[in-house]
Every structure is written in structure tokens, then in C-alpha cells.
Design a protein around this ligand. Structure first.
Ligand code: FRU
Length: 511
């Protein structure tokens, strides 16, 4: 007998695979939740390859997640936009591919905006509603990248590519990843793009999303050890003070990231509607994440002002090995949606990230388990690790299994850092770039350090000191990690750790 939840999931999966429900074998469905490396609360494609999140937007009660997707295989190629929607940022319903490769033009990364007032003329206007969704994406041909539009008048279910595409063509081979937002002060749309090999961000302005004029360039600056990709630009209140606004210009970099390969950096400053002014010296690099697997972040458009959050997601992988991750049927995971903030710190104004509060609802009811001796580790969990300044070298936890595979997460005292060590995380041969110890700096706060660790089968996200230092990594043990314990070698336990089991979102119908 199939439960209603089961039927719902079957229907969603069939839609995502563009197959009639009746043809769907039951094991396919199981695979969605029961594969040993398939995360339980992180978004993964039902099958095939996924990289960057694209077009994150909130519209009429739904969060949309589009993503770089190969509809035909588990390695990069035939790039199209996969699609899913959620009402709570937790459970995602898979929808059919939204934008497909056509006429030799692949659909590379980009964004979606709500055109509330039909500035584009694409919206079917009624007495109550003049709005529609407009996607701005890069059309990729081997010798040319251009910016293009598509629109949807049915809440993102079907899309029409604009007949007048491309809307921006500089005649360049590398020119991509448009992020568009409405700039209220200048009453126009702003498009943020990259000239990847020139290490430049180029801003454009438009009254109607169709006609664009170049406004200014930013860069080279910060880290330039690889091409610049996937820019984003948004204002954030500093320390939550609405009148003290800083602008964050996020630029991804591949290779040349801090932990090797792909990585994200950001600049803090001002945006006057035409140009971005960096508040720091041009050679100053600020890293978004200190792990090896956090790339191509993009923030949601059109989160209602009453909510007011700036939320982004990033792809948990690295171009060094993205095509070789040892998962079956599918490849690629997205981070949990993260709320962003700016905080004044002794080093200057810095970006902070924390999981959306919605995630708290995944905690199994009841008190958290205290990790003391070797403790059973559920397939997905949240661990809060705290350590007070003292006579210890490492305050760290081992996530392990009977095959002796282990991932170590925690703090070192000298230097004071939060880290993930996956050197012994896979007993089978792995890509040469996979093993490693990756760490980010932290500071004592009232004599303590704290880390919130999200564990989800093959994903680890660590938010240290309320998201001031963040580390994101995939792990690929050949057998599930099933136990957690303090790292041995300390005479006195250096801190305390509490753990909650996190429920799987696959067991919950999309709410
Ligand atoms: C970043 C990226 C983008 C590009 C897309 C192609 O990971 O290289 O610059 O648009 O992926 O899939």
C-alpha cells in the first residue's frame, strides 16, 4: 500500500524525471532517501548532475530553487536549469526542467526577479496582478557568452525564452552569471556580471530588463588566482541597525580558493547605484567560507520586506572533483539556506552566516544527547560544541564507523581555529584533492568558542561563533558514519557537546 506521502513523492519525482508516474520503479523512490550518501535535509537532484544554485526567488508563497543541471547524465554537460519549489525552505518539491539547452546554446547561471510592475512587458496583466517572473541567464556557446531573458506567467511552471535574445552581447567568449535586482534609489534594474578572465565585475542598468547600459567596472581586486564567477550584490544592515547599511559584493573564484580550487570571496563597501566602492584596500581578500566545498552562492530575490532576511545558498562542491564525487545516480548538493548579516568585529566589518531558523523545526523533540563516551550518530544531526579557554590543544569530535573511517571536526588552540579534517574520511581510493585538513580563524568570546555543526550523511556545515567563521565540506565514507566521540589524547575533556537528531525532509510532504 502506498501512503499519501509516498504518492506525493512519486508524483513529484515522476515530474522531475519527465516520466509518467506508472513507469517509475519503486526503488527509484527509495534511492531518493535511502542511498547512504544522499543527504536527508540538504537539496540534491533526483538524478544526474547539479552545480550552482540559480534564480533563487520568493514568489506567491513559494521559494524557487533553480540549479545548473545536466538532464542527461551525472557529469557536467548540456547545462539547463533544474527546478524545485518549497514553502518552508526545508522540503523541496522537484519540478520539471525549467530552461533547456537549445540550438547549441547552454543555459548557464543566472538569476530570477519578480517584475512586479511589468516593466518588461512580459507579464500577463490582470486587474489584481501585473507581475510575472523574469529569468536572466547566460547563453553559452563555445565561442561566445551573452545575457538572455526568459519569462513565466504561471508561477515558474513554464518558461518562454525572449525572442529578442540576447539582451547583452559584448562579443566576448567569457562574460557570464548575471544577478539582477531592482535598485529603488535610481529606479532601475541593476545587473551584476563578471568578465571572468579579466577579474572584473561589470554593472549594467536598465529600465525594463531588455535594454541595458554599462554602468561601471569593479576589479581586479582581492583574490585573482582563477576566473571570477557568480557575482552577487546586496545591502545588509551592520549589526542589525537599519540606518547603517553596508553593501556586500560577492565574487566566486575558480581556482584560487583558500582551500584550493573553487572558493568564494566578498568585498564590503558602498554601492551608489552606478559603482561599487570597496571599503578595504584592493589587495584585501575576505573569504566567505573556509572549507573546500562552498561555491557559486546566490541570494534570494524578493523576500518580502516583512521578513527582511537576506538568504543565500551555495553549491557544496569544488570544480577540482565535482565530476568525480562517488555518489550514484546523482551528483551535487546545495547548502542549507543561510541568513546573512554584517557584524563589526575587531578586524573590521565582516559577513556572518547562519542556517535559517526554519531548520530548528527538524530537531527531534526532547532534550539533546550529551556526547560523552562513544555515542550513536544518527544519519543527520546538529551538534553544538563549546569549549572554554584552557589547557587543551584540540577540542574536537570524531565522527566515525566500524571501517575506521573518520571525520574530525572542532577547534585547535594554537592557532585558534575551527577545522574539518577528512584525511581519513574515505577508506577507498579518492580524488587526490579530497583528503585534507581545512581550517578558519576564530576568536575567544568571553573565554569561549562555539560551533554549530550540521551533519547530513555526506555533508558537513560548521558555523563557528554564531557564523563568524564558516566551513563547508562533503564527506564520502564508504560506510555510513555511525558514532561520535571526543577526540582522544586529552587528559581533561576540553568542552561540552550536545546533539539533536535532525529529521529527514524526504519523510515530510512539502509543506
Ligand atoms: C560556476 C560556473 C558558472 C557558469 C556555470 C556553468 O560554477 O562555472 O560561471 O555559469 O558554472 O555550469
Amino acid at each position: 500500500m502506498q501512503s499519501p506521502t509516498h504518492r506525493l513523492r512519486r508524483a513529484a519525482l515522476a515530474a522531475a524525471l519527465s516520466l509518467p508516474v506508472a513507469t517509475l520503479p519503486t526503488p527509484c523512490l527509495r534511492a531518493q532517501s535511502d542511498e547512504p550518501l544522499r543527504p536527508r535535509f540538504h537539496f540534491t537532484p533526483p538524478r544526474h548532475f547539479m552545480n550552482d544554485p540559480n534564480g533563487l526567488v520568493f514568489y506567491k508563497g513559494e521559494y524557487h530553487l533553480f540549479y545548473q543541471h545536466n538532464p542527461f547524465g551525472a557529469t557536467w554537460g548540456h547545462m539547463s536549469w533544474g527546478h524545485a519549489v518549497s514553502r518552508d525552505l526545508l522540503g523541496w518539491q522537484h519540478l520539471p526542467v525549467a530552461l533547456r539547452e537549445e540550438d547549441g546554446i547552454m543555459i548557464f547561471s543566472g538569476s530570477v526577479v519578480v517584475d512586479w510592475k511589468n516593466t518588461s512587458g512580459f507579464c500577463r496583466v490582470s486587474a489584481e496582478d501585473a507581475s510575472c517572473l523574469v529569468a536572466i541567464y547566460t547563453g553559452h556557446r563555445p565561442d561566445r557568452q551573452t545575457q538572455n531573458l526568459a519569462y513565466s506567467n504561471d508561477r515558474g511552471r513554464t518558461w518562454t525564452k525572449y525572442a529578442g535574445n540576447p539582451v547583452v552581447d559584448l562579443g566576448l567568449k567569457d562574460f557570464r552569471d548575471p544577478k539582477v535586482f531592482w535598485h529603488d534609489d535610481t529606479k532601475r534594474w541593476v545587473m551584476v556580471t563578471v568578465l571572468p578572465d579579466q577579474h572584473k565585475v561589470r554593472f549594467f542598468g536598465s529600465p525594463d530588463l531588455r535594454k541595458w547600459e554599462a554602468l561601471s567596472d569593479f576589479g581586479p581586486a582581492g583574490a585573482t588566482g582563477g576566473v571570477w564567477e557568480c557575482p552577487d550584490l546586496f545591502p545588509l544592515p551592520v549589526d542589525g541597525v537599519a540606518t547603517d547599511v553596508g553593501w556586500v559584493l560577492d565574487v566566486d573564484l575558480n581556482p584560487g580558493g583558500l582551500a584550493g580550487g573553487s572558493g568564494g570571496q566578498y568585498f564590503v563597501g558602498r554601492f551608489d547605484g552606478t559603482r561599487f566602492l570597496n571599503a578595504n584596500p584592493p589587495d584585501r581578500t575576505l573569504w566567505v567560507d573556509y572549507g573546500k566545498d562552498f561555491y557559486a552562492t546566490i541570494s534570494f530575490s524578493d523576500i518580502p520586506p516583512a521578513d527582511g532576511r537576506r538568504i543565500w545558498m551555495g553549491w557544496i562542491s569544488n570544480w577540482l572533483y565535482a565530476n568525480e564525487e562517488p555518489t550514484e545516480v546523482w551528483r551535487g548538493a546545495q547548502s542549507v539556506p543561510r541568513v546573512l548579516g554584517l557584524r563589526r568585529t575587531p578586524d573590521g566589518i565582516r559577513l556572518v552566516q547562519s542556517p535559517v531558523a526554519e531548520l530548528d523545526t527538524l530537531r527531534e523533540p526532547g532534550a539533546p544527547v550529551l556526547i560523552e563516551g562513544s555515542t550513536p550518530l544518527p544519519p543527520s544531526a546538529e551538534i553544538v560544541l563549546e569549549a572554554a579557554r584552557g589547557d587543551w590543544r584540540q577540542a574536537a569530535l570524531r565522527l566515525t564507523n566500524e571501517s575506521g573511517e573518520e571525520v574530525v571536526v572542532g577547534f585547535t588552540a594554537e592557532p585558534l581555529e575551527v577545522f574539518v579534517d577528512r584525511r581519513k574520511a574515505r577508506a577507498a581510493p579518492a580524488h587526490a584533492e579530497y583528503p585534507g585538513h581545512h581550517a578558519g580563524p576564530v576568536r575567544w568570546r568571553d573565554g569561549r568558542v562555539q560551533a554549530r555543526i550540521l551533519f547530513d550523511r555526506s555533508v558537513i556545515e560548521i558555523f563557528a561563533n554564531d557564523g563568524r567563521t564558516v566551513l563547508t565540506e562533503r564527506v564520502y565514507p564508504i560506510a555510513p558514519l555511525t558514532r561520535v566521540e571526543w577526540l582522544k589524547g586529552e587528559t581533561v575533556r576540553p568542552g561540552a557537546a550536545r546533539m539533536w537528531t535532525l529529521r529527514s525532509v524526504w519523510d515530510t510532504p512539502s509543506r
